[in-house]
Design a protein. Sequence first.
Length: 78
Amino acid sequence: MNAGMLWFDNDPRTDLVTKLAQAADYFKHKYGYQPDVCFIHPTLASKLTDMPSGLAVKASQMIRPNYFWLGIHEPTQG
């Protein structure tokens, strides 16, 4: 992913799948296309009970808790 959108949501009343769906909807509205990958902090990944449709969720230590890095996956050329 060369570029993406950083989203922050620390609302304890909202479940993680809903947060990811809201972030993906905003991304689609802003950029005109649906994100297909989202990086989250490993502590959030362990709380993920259901996978959002069409969105690959990956854990990364580079992402702070309660932040989501959304974008379009670009396959490596080989």
